[in-house]
Design a protein around this ligand. Structure first.
Ligand code: ZN
Ligand code: ZN
Ligand code: ZN
Ligand code: ZN
Length: 97
């Protein structure tokens, strides 16, 4: 039996299509179809892109498209920005200043 590459305890039954690691059911995110290590590096908002940082308010990690830059060192997600009426646009749409 092959042990899980993440916890090293249980049987690594599932192969992550992203990193190729074999992981147990506890360490596989079935919804996202990838291991938790890969899932945790992915944007929690769109689930598609690689996360670049986390939201200062809700703590979710997000990608370039889902986070807005509040200051050079902190981000807030688009959901929180909307909720709190913070009118900053996603980095992607920001025009060169
Ligand atoms: Zn495991
Ligand atoms: Zn993986
Ligand atoms: Zn995203
Ligand atoms: Zn947020």
């Amino acid at each position: 039996m092959r042990t899980c590459d993440i916890c090293g305890m249980k049987e690594g039954r599932y192969k992550c299509p992203v990193c190729g690691r074999f992981v147990c059911e506890d360490d596989f995110d079935f919804e996202k179809n990838m291991c938790i290590a890969c899932a945790s590096a992915r944007c929690e908002i769109c689930g598609k892109n690689l996360a670049i940082g986390y939201c200062r308010i809700c703590g979710r990690i997000g990608c370039e498209e889902c986070l807005v830059e509040e200051s050079p060192v902190s981000y807030i997600c688009i959901d929180c920005a909307r909720k709190f009426g913070i009118g900053i646009k996603p980095r992607k749409y920001r025009l060169g200043v």
